[in-house]
Design a protein around this ligand. Sequence first.
Ligand code: SF4
Length: 75
Amino acid sequence: MRAIVDRQRCFGFGRCTEEVPEVFSQDEEGLSVAGDAAGVDPQRLVEAARACPRQAIRVVDGEGRDIVDLAGRPR
Ligand code: SF4
């Protein structure tokens, strides 16, 4: 399971970094970057996706399939 941030959508509100600071960080432009999510409860990644006001976060399984839609709802 991993998270992918769409930098075209991200406005740098920082909700994801508050939800899961060990995975999400903000770069020098203030945009979110998703790091290694190994060992992180997948539900927390889903919560971060759900919290993003720009629907900029995808949560995908090991084969790249989305496990939630862009609003954080299970697929
Ligand atoms: S919550 Fe969404 S808009 Fe805000 S920094 Fe994270 S990805 Fe970007």
